[in-house]
Design a protein. Sequence first.
Length: 124
Amino acid sequence: MKGGFIMADETNTQIVELLVEIRDLLKQQRSSSNSGNGEAAANRYQNEKGVWVWELPPGQKPSSCRYCQQDIFWVKSKKGKNVPCNSDGVCHYETCPDKKDNQKPFVPVSQETEQVRDSNEVPF
């Protein structure tokens, strides 16, 4: 009987190891799929004026804002969302002169606390 229990314990250990490996593979897959086609999420930081800005990828070509036709650059957030930015890295939703009333505001998430800013702080 003892031999049967040892085998069951070894089998359980092997099952747990396989489950841990599957979990790790799923985490890797989710993190790579969050940023679309495998590109890494852009970094955000506060500049000297205290404004949150995005680090733009080098060599990226600009596209045009559909409202104001200003040049914008697209970056990926940590959640895999596309974020339009001006050439200085500021989110274009905050600065677009021709933004529409129905245009969703981009509410940044603080990198330190991961809590959404109060809606009163959104500039529009």
